[in-house]
Design a protein around this ligand. Sequence first.
Ligand code: SF4
Ligand code: SF4
Length: 56
Amino acid sequence: MKIESSLCDICGTCAGVCPVDAIRIFEFKVEIDNEKCIDCKNCLIICPAEAIKEEK
Ligand code: SF4
Ligand code: SF4
């Protein structure tokens, strides 16, 4: 997963639904740790800004 930072408003919603705590919220950006991510797609589905994309 990757986050399109230009779309993300840093609401933090995605981090709350990640079962493996792979999403970290910083003051000015949100990052996904793809080493931890299990591709459950919870974050992709819940993001109100549609800022999370599947990384090919
Ligand atoms: S849910 Fe979407 S808009 Fe909110 S912090 Fe996560 S990526 Fe950004
Ligand atoms: S796809 Fe699932 S495991 Fe990966 S970052 Fe999103 S919520 Fe977390």
